[in-house]
Design a protein. Sequence first.
Length: 524
Amino acid sequence: MKYDAIIVGSGIAGLTAAAYLSKAGKSVLLCEKNETPGGLVNSFERDGYIYDGGIRALEDSGVLFTMLQQLGIDIDFLPNRVSIGLEDRVIRVTSNASVEEYRDLLVQFYPHLRGEIDAIIEQVKLIMKYMDVQYGIKNPIFLDFKKDREYMLKEVVPWMFKYAATAPKIWKMNIPVVDFLKHYTHDQSLIDIISQHFFTATPAFFALSYLKLYLDYHYPRGGTSMIVKKLINFIEAHAGVIKTGTQITSVDLGNRSITDSNGNTYTFSRLIWAADSHALYKAIDPGRITDSATAQAATERRRFLADKAGNDSVFTIWAGVKLNLQYFTEKCTEHFFYTPSRTGQSVAGSLPLGKDRKATERWLEAFLKYTTYEISIPVLRDPGMAPAGKTGLIISYLFDYRLTKQIEEQGWYDDFKSLCEKRVIEILDGSIFPGFKKSIQHIFSSSPLTMARLNGSHEGAITGWSFTNQPIPAESRLPKIMNAVKTPLPGVYQAGQWTYSPSGLPIAFLTGKIAADQVIKDLK
């Protein structure tokens, strides 16, 4: 059978593309190398606890709810309240006014830097206003001009003029957040506390907008995988075909076909690659392409991507504890960014790449003591996510893939994971969660190597390309996002986290929808 469209990769971008193509009546095959779809959006059960394996909550940004409404998908969303903690003080982000509480939090720990903090907070407020414009409407890509004509004319058209005036101001802040902060302070500790839970070289406009974006997080009842389940049901109800356990190893552009690891071949009119970009160009043999221009384009793209790095990965610890909900609600919210010390992780020094085990262990001791932890407590959102009287926590921190790979090659990977689990629990037990250690019933973890193995993501990256790549091998201008899905290969589009930078869940939705629209347009 020849499909109108084959989609490789069933993360959110691939599922979105498949949903819209099947809704349009196109024959669709969605191929996934793992046994379950969803990619970085997944949930699982362990000993009666339900955990999220990837993303902790879903951000709307004018995209999520608009898309679900357009598809007619109903999901029960619960509040996802965010709190920020430093040492023994915690603030709750409840409104735009919480920026003042954040300012007071910083001033309490750095009273001698009051003026510098005030200057930074003014920039945060400015960026929050820009975000009000950027995400202040239902995204027009998910609207139908005929059905939503009144909204388009009354809301979208005036917004376009506002956005045209705002976009250049946002672009001026497209510099690494650390460099941006150095315009206002030279105190490395303060810079660390503000920025260390963002990816390396994250653009300032993206990082400093998060106090605004935290208000836009939502949590599906039953876990983040609920949106995956709903999209799968929608695709299958519209005659779309989903094949799991199907890893694509070869792409034949001449015959418009793909072949999986079992030797099965599927043909297509259009292909949407919603998986790792490296895998696409590795799957293409330029020598088998008859068109010389296409063969050259494929060769050049593969060469161009060869040394490009994925952004930071993550080390995650799942812990089931015999502590009730009240213990945690008195301390934080269900989504908690916590830094145990005002010192800042820079004191740990540079990554110990090329160093021996002892040097790495010394570095880890300092890094784990001073880094920032993202702590998700699903049962605080949904009481059904853990056994009665117990609580499951997901504790994660950004971590480097290269260092993890070095540790594995040195032969102490299992010891490394155990060391991280033990030390992180001790740090939290000795700071924000006293009594935490003795209450643990089970504990397990994943590293950047786990991320790379399970998701097939280059270097275990969780949101695509590293911002340190020069140039970044993806479109990064929001007004040009419609072109981001295009590739130099005829009949082939791309979608997902490797397609646009900076990426995230809304970009996965957007690029999946844009790619589907391009295919529908082509097939007409």
